[in-house]
Write a new protein. Structure first.
Length: 362
């Protein structure tokens, strides 16, 4: 009989998990001890160089940004972000038809309100609206208003599609966030869970409407005030600054709703707030530089025929990654807070035992 050769496998090495900071620090100490032994033994060459590199790399792996990135990759964050981008694209498509049809019915003939609604959509989803300035865009506002003016029963169908796809996106976001925390699915009646997701979706819509209205009021008030004070030279700078701060507020509120309500994850409130601020700031910065990001996709001649759709997918993918990276940061921070609380509890318990022993001795 022919004998098969088996390749010897290296011994398994237990790698500390990114959420386990004590084990990561212990690995740094072990690497330093090994480096010290090599230095004392006089061994040089590649083995000493490798030991020094291990110390540096292990120290870097204890930093919070690296731990967040490692956790995000190990728990398949990019893959989940791609799935969320796919769901969000179809949810936005249905929302676009229903939203423009509703706006066209409610504010028929009011060009100012139409312009406000188009500007709000263009800021929320860059690259979707064709403003006629040579920057591309998937849809022209007037054509969409005309196309949705007489849909009738089709609006009902698109509304159902919008609800189904939007609820699917909320459910996918919850699964992705809980996956980064290594939590099981929510143990709740599916019908009640859908009702809860519907409330979360309504809350997100209300936040967008309120912040958009506040933005319009604030910009108009600021323009009028600067006009009265005759400060037209700084009008554009202040208006852009106010718009940037307002978008940070909107994105932070939306991230707080997703992290706090949609995910159904219990975490300390300070960590939730910082995670929401991190996601909000990242989303606003991403939206600010969206023209350069999406333009790099559209400039490729091989992708020109469907560049806008592909650019929207890229935008939704990057936006989903921002939310999930903020979730990974919350997972790392929550694990650190839990570990610190456990160490403090053990320290207090140890001190109490020592006090009781001293009393017994006395």
């Amino acid at each position: 009989m022919a004998r098969t050769l088996t390749v010897p496998k290296p011994p398994p090495v237990d790698q500390p998990y990114p959420t386990n900071l004590p084990d990561l620090r212990r690995r740094v100490i072990d690497a330093q001890v090994r480096l010290g032994r090599l230095n004392r033994s006089g061994i040089g060459g590649s083995e000493l160089l490798l030991a020094r590199m291990n110390v540096v790399l292990f120290r870097i792996s204890t930093t919070q940004p690296v731990r967040v990135l490692l956790l995000y990759v190990e728990r398949r964050g990019p893959l989940m972000a791609a799935g969320l981008a796919y769901r969000l694209f179809f949810a936005i498509a249905a929302l676009l038809v229903v939203g423009f049809a509703t706006v066209g019915i409610v504010i028929a003939g009011n060009e100012a309100l139409r312009t406000i609604s188009v500007n709000a959509l263009d800021q929320s989803v860059p690259g979707l609206i064709d403003r006629g300035q040579g920057d591309g865009g998937l849809l022209k506002p007037q054509a969409l208003f005309d196309a949705t003016s007489g849909l009738g029963w089709a609006i009902v169908v698109f509304t159902i599609v919008m609800l189904v796809t939007s609820l699917g996106w909320i459910a996918g976001m919850r699964q992705a966030m809980r996956g980064l925390f290594a939590l099981r699915p929510v143990a709740m009646n599916p019908f009640l869970l859908r009702v809860r997701d519907l409330g979360t979706l309504a809350l997100l819509g209300a936040v967008m409407l309120v912040t958009t209205a506040l933005g319009v009021i604030a910009n108009n008030t600021l323009d009028a005030l600067l006009l009265v004070l005759r400060l037209s030279a700084v009008t554009q700078i202040l208006t852009q600054g106010a718009g940037f701060l307002l978008m940070i507020l909107l994105d932070t509120l939306m991230a707080a709703i997703l992290l706090g309500s949609a995910s159904a994850i219990e975490m300390p409130k300070p960590i939730l707030r910082r995670g929401a601020i991190l996601a909000g700031f990242g989303s606003t910065v991403l939206r600010t530089f969206s023209a350069q990001i999406l333009g790099s996709v559209g400039n490729n001649p091989l992708l020109f025929s469907f560049a806008v759709i592909l650019a929207l997918f890229v935008w939704f993918f990057l936006l989903s990654q921002v939310y999930l990276l903020a979730t990974a940061w919350c997972a790392i921070a929550s694990a650190d807070a839990q570990g610190a609380a456990e160490r403090e509890h053990h320290a207090k318990a140890g001190s109490l035992r020592q006090r009781s022993r001293r009393r017994l001795r006395d």
